[in-house]
Design a protein around this ligand. Structure first.
Ligand code: ATP
Ligand code: RIB
Length: 314
């Protein structure tokens, strides 16, 4: 079982020719609304990609909060329809988290209001992890309060679970938090913010990954957008995995697909190497950028295999 602790947002995505200037109103070319939030997207990625391993049990349980509004109820139902376990998704007396996503060609800019996501408490984490086993994994991002993420990682570590952190959006992390993280998956902006190193070439990527190892993290996967990812297993295995060239419609959720796919294939199932899991994650994420939306655009396992005319093992 993979437990995902994280945000659930209502995404309102606006397609624009260009970003408006200060004080300007621009007419949009399109508008899409749907399920988003880094926690929800990553849980959906795991659920959609997990079908191959389906043994009747859910592959993922999401620990989160929606608001006590109609949107919150709809988003929770949507999560369930994708196969995400919602036993630990509560309803808080607040507005559901909301993101406004401005999309211009290959770029996006996101404004997020935390709302109900901010209400997650330590007791919510305790309740969810009560029966967790050492064979389970915990996956977190940073759209819920930092002290809750730190607490959950420490609780998971105590239970011997595998811990994965996607430090997004980028915030300064306490040094001792890294000791409770087995796998870290930052993008370029987050890497720069956390290590002070802008990973714009291979040498700088190596230096940044080394810095995460120095802080106590064993596995690092730096996602590099259209350039794929750089990975390191404690500096012993280092590799660059290129992304497939695809027609980009909307990159929202690409990072989340990568993280979800990696969480599913590596620590949970345990039958693939870190490198094989990152190859699969890169393939799945490149699929997401070719469709609009966040959770909606995430591929299923069969879609990834069909696109690449291969299985994960190839
Ligand atoms: P986002 O915030 O847009 O969801 P991110 O900044 O968290 O993404 P990125 O490093 O941009 O993460 O992308 C994650 C993965 O998505 C990459 O490693 C790659 O596999 C895939 N990807 C992203 N952009 C592209 C692209 N233009 N073409 C092909 N694959 C892409
Ligand atoms: O990573 C993409 C997500 O970030 C969007 O779905 C949006 O809600 C923000 O949380």
């Amino acid at each position: 079982m993979i437990y995902v602790l994280g945000s659930i947002n209502h995404d309102i995505s606006i397609e624009l020719e260009r970003m408006p200037k200060k004080g300007e109103t621009t007419l949009a070319d399109g508008c899409h609304m749907g399920l988003g939030g880094k926690g929800a997207n990553q849980a959906v990625a795991i659920a959609k990609l997990a079908r191959k391993y389906d043994d009747g049990r859910k592959a993922v349980q999401l620990i989160g909060k929606v608001g006590n509004d109609t949107i919150g109820t709809e988003l929770k139902a949507k999560l369930e329809s994708y196969g995400v376990g919602v036993d630990y998704v509560g309803q808080a007396n607040r507005t559901t988290g909301t993101s406004v996503v401005a999309i211009t060609g290959k770029d996006n800019r996101i404004m997020t209001y935390g709302g109900a996501n901010i209400s997650i408490s330590k007791s919510d984490v305790d309740e969810a992890l009560m029966n967790a086993q050492s064979t389970d994994a915990l996956l977190c991002q940073m759209e819920v309060p930092l002290y809750i993420v730190a607490y959950a990682l420490a609780q998971a570590r105590m239970r011997g679970m595998t811990t994965i952190l996607n430090p997004a959006p980028a915030v300064e992390l306490p040094e001792d938090m890294y000791y409770n993280v087995d796998v870290i998956v930052p993008n370029e902006t987050e890497t720069k913010r956390l290590t002070g190193i802008n990973p714009k070439d291979w040498d700088l990527q190596l230096a940044a990954m080394k810095e995460f190892h120095r802080r106590g993290v064993r596995y690092v996967a730096l996602t590099l957008g259209a350039n794929g990812c750089a990975i390191s297993d404690n500096g012993k295995l280092v590799s660059h995995i290129p992304a497939r060239k695809v027609k980009v419609l909307d990159t929202t959720g690409a990072g989340d697909t990568f993280v979800g796919a990696l969480a599913l294939t590596y620590p949970h199932v345990g039958m693939y190497s870190f490198e094989e899991a990152c190859i699969f994650a890169t393939r799945a994420a490149s699929f997401t950028v070719s469709r609009y939306g966040a959770a909606e655009s995430i591929p299923t396992f069969d879609e990834v295999c069909e696109l690449y005319n291969t299985t994960i093992d190839a």
